[in-house]
Structures are given as C-alpha cells and as structure tokens.
Design a protein around this ligand. Structure first.
Ligand code: GLU
Length: 508
C-alpha cells in the first residue's frame, strides 16, 4: 500500500479575531505539512450564520501573511478541492445528508423547541438518543406519508444522526493514544437544519475532510469530545479506510494559576492574545495584537512552537526551517502548556539581537517618525550604527527610542541626579580644556579619540570617572548609554563640541 499524501487543514470559523491558540494550531499543521512535503489547506467553516463576524476571514488571512505561514490551497489560495468556504458548499452537504437518510443512519425530526422543552421538563437529564427517540416526533415514529406531508407543507425539521447505543468507540490520537468512549453517552446530534438549509459543524467538517482528502486532523483539545462522533460519522459513510489520523493539541493555560488562557488574562497582565490588533465591529472594542505591540513574527512563531512541544533537548531558538525539520507530533505534550508571556518577550529580545542591524534600522524608522524625527535626515548607515550600539538593551524595536533619542536630539535638560554627582565647580574649565583636545583630533573615530582623551586625562592627573561622566552628561544629558567614544564618533566632532559648549553654558 502506498503511503497516503499528507494533507492537513486549518479550518477556523470566522467568529472574530483569531486567538493565539488557533495560531499555534495552524503553525503545527504547517510544520507537519512542510516536513512531509504535504499540503496545507485553509478552509472557512462558516455554517453557523449567527456567529459570523464580518472582517474575521480577512483578519485571519492577514495574520498568517504577517506570521509567514503560507497555505497551499484554500480560501483565497485556490485549489482543486474547492470551494473552500463551507457556506458555498450547501449542495454538497445536502447530497451527503441524503446518503445517510437513505441508509437509515440518520432520520428527520420535527420536534419544535417547545416540544423539546416539554420533554426536558418531563425527563430529567433528557438526551435525544436511542432511549428517547421513539417518544419523539420524527421519521422513526411517524408514518412515511405524514413525514412527506409535513415536509411538503413547509414544516421545519432537522436531520439527526442515529447513534447505536452501547458500543465502544475508539479514537486513536497521535498525542493522547487510544481514547475509548461508549456511544450511549452521545446524543443524536443534529447534522442539518432545514431552516437555513445548512449542515452543522460536525457534518460539514467530516464531509469536507473526506472530500478534501485530509490525512491528519491536528486541532485544539477542545475538539476532542467531538472526535468519537466524528469517527462514527466516517463509519456511517463507509469512509473508515481514509479516516484521517487525529492529534488533539494541549490547551494553552493561564500564565499563573489554573485554567484556560483567556483574553482577560492578557488584559490584566498586559500581553496580547491576538496576532494582530482587532477592532470588534459590533462592540467597537479594540484588542491589542502581537504585531502592533512590536513583536517580530519570527519571535512569535518560535515562542508558540514551544508551547506544547519541545525538540527533546533544551534548544530554544529555532528558525522556521529548523522547526520544520525538528517538529514531531509524538513529542507534543498531553498536559496543558502554561502561556509564559514573559518568555515571549525574551524571544523578541533574542530575535532583535539576531536580526541584522540594517533590518532593525528599517523597523526603527516609523518609531523615529512617531517621536518627531524625520528619518530621511539620516543615512541608513547612521541608523544602522545607532541600532548596533543600543539594540542589546531592548526587548522591542520601539524601546530603541528610549535608548537612542540623544543620537537624534541634543539634550536640552540634564539629569539632576547626575549633575549633582558629576558636575562640580571646576567642571566647566575641564570641559573647555576637553573641547580643545577634541578639536585637535584628526581621526574622530572611536578608538583614536579614546586614546587621545584618556591620554590627556591621565597626563593631567584628572579624575577619570569625573571627567568622563561630565563629558557623557554634556553629550547625552544623563550618565548612561553605550561606549562614550562610539557615541562621539557617530555624532561627529562639530555636534560633540556644540553639546559640550551648551552644557557649559546651561550648567555653568
Ligand atoms: N471550525 C473549527 C474551529 O473553529 C474547526 C475544528 C477542527 O479543526 O475540526 O476550530
């Protein structure tokens, strides 16, 4: 038997912003597909029109574009198994509902909401199943003529799956092993509603996975309870031989305490739970996104990859290509993964360090603009050098401003604390002398300037710390920043002299 081609899908319902857990699910599917030279499909599961949110599909697509996760086929990508939006596949589902009805594996039920309510009041823990279905108004209890007449009359109905009781259903999960449940605990799930002529999630999901030749269903743990029903559906259709393998991924847990990660945790602790900023079209509420918060997509990918999986050693930094090589479903954990958002910040820091300075310099430009600096006034070379001097101190590109503002704006105020400590009565005289020394330097590059200035301080017997800190205070505005002579090399002689002159005037 030939190996089956690996085909996986990410199948979100467009009900709002994509949660970060969904991003991880998609990532794992993508890694798995790439590793096996398979296909990655983007399907939109929009059969629940009540929960449809405009803009959600576009948002999801933009998120994956930003993250660098491409699909091979699906909504907006094309392919031979389309359409990939479930709302465009009504006729297909109708056909398969009929297949189940004709085979006696499903039946038509007319029970109104009021009738169901009455039953619930009558029977405690009422469940529509083998033990109760013969008391209900459906095609199993009504004569065929009446069923036909009711339908002809335009009565609304649903199609229910006829689940045989007392049967062990086995789900083989690649992460969890074998999960067995008894079919008696399942209810006769609604597969189709005449009211909107649409199938429910379960039917559409199974039919599409089958028709789209999906080989592996990799999805969040919250879908595990549906898996036995899905197995029974494959069986009812006679599709056991091509039933996909299942892998249910562990939950993402709160950073602290117990329970599922929620948007509220993000709001409370100050981290995003969505890839991009989301503007809720109904409530108008704006939720923060990883992109807008200044995360690099590579850092987000690396961070998410390790939430529920590890390569078997303590390697943490992995590029997408490495992840594709190393990823292994059998190394995914069953236990939930704590959402350690601080680790996400650490990853961002590491990726800023890794990324070439010239690329960070481009990302720094809009930050400069936000702070009123026209980046066009500086060469890329200048910006790149600035970045190289300060990027080790930041976790986010926007924090570069706090470290590097003095490269663009001369100080107008001086740190009071530093002035008190480092600017004494004879500092102006020494700074004036320093200006003369600096004027005489031919090559203003860091090392030669340093040699000359240090030589002068030593020769004069001045206090090294005091002189250098006063120098820094004059040029930077406070006693912090990268190596002093790297700063002056970049600022140039004229600007350096101007700044010392100004400090002398202002501080006296
Ligand atoms: N539409 C489901 C979701 O929103 C898909 C679940 C599955 O992958 O089967 O996650």
């Amino acid at each position: 038997m030939t190996e089956r081609r690996v085909r996986v899908r990410f199948a979100p319902s467009p009900t709002g912003a994509l949660h970060i857990g969904g991003v991880r699910t998609a990532l794992y599917n993508y890694l798995f597909a790439r590793q096996h030279g398979g296909d990655f499909i983007f399907r939109i599961e929009d059969t629940d029109s009540n929960r449809f949110v405009p803009g959600a599909e576009e948002y999801i697509l933009e998120s994956f574009k930003w993250l660098g996760i491409p699909f091979d086929e699906g909504v907006s990508f094309g392919g031979e198994h389309g359409p990939y939006r479930q709302s465009e596949r009504r006729d297909i589902y109708k056909k398969y509902v009929k297949v189940l009805l004709d085979a006696g594996k499903a039946y038509i039920a007319f029970d109104t909401p009021a009738e169901l309510e009455a039953k619930r009041a009558e029977i405690s823990n009422f469940q529509y199943d083998a033990s109760t279905r013969m008391q209900m108004r459906n095609s199993l209890t009504l004569p065929k003529e009446e069923v036909d007449a009711l339908i002809a009359d335009g009565q609304q109905y649903v199609v229910r799956f006829k689940i045989e009781p007392n049967e062990d259903v086995h789900v083989n999960d690649l992460i969890r092993g074998e999960v067995v449940i008894n079919s008696s605990i399942l209810d006769d799930k609604v597969l189709y509603k005449s009211a909107d002529e649409l199938p429910t999630y379960h039917l559409a999901n199974i039919v599409d996975d089958h028709l789209m030749e999906v080989s592996h269903v990799i999805r969040g743990e919250e879908w595990l309870p549906s898996a036995p029903l899905h197995v029974l559906l494959y069986r009812a259709f006679g599709w056991e031989d091509t039933m996909p393998a299942f892998a249910h991924l562990p939950l993402l847990l709160k950073p602290e305490g117990n329970g599922k990660l929620s948007k509220r945790d993000g709001d409370r602790l100050g981290f995003p739970v969505f890839p991009l900023e989301w503007h809720d079209p109904k409530s108008g509420e704006v939720s923060s996104g990883y992109r807008e918060s200044g995360y690099l997509p590579e850092a987000v990918i690396n961070f998410l990859a390790l939430l529920g999986w590890n390569p078997g050693n303590d390697q943490e930094l992995m590029s997408m290509d490495e992840l594709i090589k190393l990823f292994d479903l059998s190394r995914c954990s069953k236990a939930g993964a704590k959402f350690d958002y601080k680790k996400g910040i650490w990853f961002n820091h590491e990726y800023i360090l890794q990324k070439p300075d010239a690329e960070i310099a481009q990302l720094f430009k809009p930050v400069l603009a936000d702070n009123g600096v026209d980046a066009a006034g500086y060469t890329d070379e200048y910006l790149t050098k600035v970045v190289s001097l300060v990027k080790g101190r930041v976790n986010f590109v926007k924090e570069l401003w706090g470290q590097a503002a003095f490269f663009f704006v001369a100080p107008t105020a001086y740190s009071e604390k530093d002035v008190k400590k480092r600017w004494s009565e004879d500092t102006p005289r020494i700074m004036t002398e320093l200006m003369e020394v600096l004027k005489g330097i031919g090559d203003f590059a860091s090392k030669p300037s340093e040699d000359i200035v240090i030589g002068w301080i030593t020769e004069k017997g001045y206090h090294m710390g005091n002189v250098m800190n006063a120098f820094r205070l004059a040029v930077v505005g406070e006693c912090k920043g990268p190596h002093m002579f790297d700063i002056t090399e970049l600022l140039g002689k004229e600007e350096t002299l101007n700044r010392i002159q100004r400090a002398i005037e202002v501080l006296k």
